[in-house]
Ligand binder design. Structure first.
Ligand SMILES: NC(=O)c1ccc[n+]([C@@H]2O[C@H](COP(=O)([O-])OP(=O)(O)OC[C@H]3O[C@@H](n4cnc5c(N)ncnc54)[C@H](O)[C@@H]3O)[C@@H](O)[C@H]2O)c1
Length: 387
């Protein structure tokens, strides 16, 4: 490609959660021109475009796709429109960056990959955990053999605590968005929060083990409570094995009370044959009342060493590492480089599909009450038609 910048349009620009991270990070990316915003909320998108100094505002995605000034769409829209939007964009000759989860079924995801291949356009799933600063630092330490052979990846979801600014923005209501709780619109059936979060934790689990594929998962379902409680707590723990059989992994829910555990947010221990890493992810840090721990700690040879990518604090979470703006910015920036330079992405569409497959297998395991091999997830299987 001879051009030196992508001309990008953000779709779902008036959204509550992903959009602000994209709105903040795109202007910081040297190889992107921010040319348009789009949202079905016409008033909100007009206002945002004025506030952010973005030239064009669309309330119709179909109309946006006819704009020759736009070569790339960034889809920060809900999962139920990812496939149709990505396919339409490819057919209009536009590159696509699509937020996770890639789609609601493997069939949808495969159709997205096919449409991009036929159009000769690029497709990238916005898997921001892969490009999160502390995760990248940890991966470099693993590659440098600091912990030896990876034996086990242990991921924990501790309580995610909003900071005061975010609490004020959200009116103390958190991320209360209807599609997130809806079985079909989220794609997650009875386990919508798993659909939302599991792509991230499987991507991270593979990142810390040389991107090795996951073979089989086993979910411990716990359907109880109502509303937000049931939504968040539907699965208590997931275990998995990687292909090759040498390494296994675990994700678990921890305390909801930030005072009850030492760490908050998403954090991972990577246990190796000669050392262990403690890595803070989204919303990660020490619980209130505990001394703040560095984003990455290496325990090896009887010592502790601390690492900090120095990307600042988070905009939303009470966390000592910047997830929302920096991890998203890192991911979008990598996408621009790969498209403009014609290079392979570190996180290919096949990676997006692999993490979607593990996510669907996890929900299938929770529904069926048995372990599920990823190879046994049919293309047309959806969590919202299971039962
Ligand atoms: N990578 C991450 O850490 C991260 C974080 C949050 C959300 N997400 C993902 O981002 C996506 C959006 O999530 P959210 O919580 O920000 O949702 P949201 O509901 O706050 O925002 C979605 C926006 O899309 C708009 N929209 C819906 N249909 C549209 C259409 N046809 N045309 C134009 N606009 C349309 C809505 O009006 C809304 O403003 C989801 O896939 C979610 O999983 C990723």
């Amino acid at each position: 490609m001879s051009q030196d910048k992508l001309n990008i349009a953000l779709v779902g620009a008036a959204g509550l959660v992903a959009a602000p991270a994209h709105l903040n990070s795109i202007p910081m990316i040297e190889r992107m021109n921010f040319v348009a915003l789009c949202d079905v909320d016409a008033d909100a998108v007009q206002l945002l475009a004025r506030e952010r100094g973005v030239e064009k505002a669309y309330s119709s995605y179909e109309e946006l796709l006819t704009d020759p000034d736009i070569d790339t769409v960034d889809l920060a829209t809900p999962p139920f429109v990812h496939a149709e939007m990505a396919i339409a964009a490819a057919r209009a000759g536009k590159h696509v960056y699509v937020e996770k989860p890639m789609a609601r079924s493997l069939g949808e995801a495969r159709a997205m990959v096919k449409a991009a291949a036929e159009a000769g356009t690029r497709l990238q799933v916005g898997e921001s955990y892969i490009f999160h600063g502390p995760h990248r630092v940890a991966r470099e330490l693993i590659n440098a053999d600091e912990i030896g052979e990876v034996l086990q990846v242990r991921e924990t979801r501790g309580p995610w605590v909003f900071n005061e600014t975010e609490n004020a923005r959200l009116g103390g209501q958190g991320h209360h968005i209807a599609w997130r709780y809806d079985p079909a619109l989220s794609g997650g059936g009875d386990f919508p929060w798993m659909m939302d979060h599991a792509p991230h934790f499987f991507a991270t689990a593979r990142l810390f083990n040389g991107m090795t594929a996951i073979e089989r998962v086993n979910a411990m379902a716990r359907l109880h409570g109502e509303g937000r409680e049931a939504h968040l707590r539907g699965v208590t723990a997931v275990t998995w094995t990687y292909e090759g059989g040498k390494t296994d992994g675990l994700w678990m829910q921890a305390d909801t009370d930030p005072g009850a555990g030492r760490y908050i947010g998403f954090h991972t221990e990577v246990v190796g044959s000669k050392g262990t890493l403690l890595v803070f992810g989204e919303g990660g840090g020490s619980a209130p009342g505990y001394p703040q721990v560095a984003p990455v700690t290496l325990f090896a040879n009887g010592t502790e060493k601390y690492f900090d990518p120095a990307e600042g604090e988070d905009r939303s979470w009470a966390s000592n590492n910047s997830y929302y703006d920096r991890a998203h910015g890192n991911t979008l920036s990598h996408f621009a480089d790969t498209v403009l330079d014609g290079t392979r992405s570190f996180y290919t569409p096949e990676d997006g599909m692999a993490d979607l497959t593990a996510t669907l297998a996890t929900i299938k395991s929770a529904v069926d009450g048995t372990p599920v091999a990823l190879a046994d997830v049919p293309d047309d299987w959806t969590a919202y038609r299971a039962g």
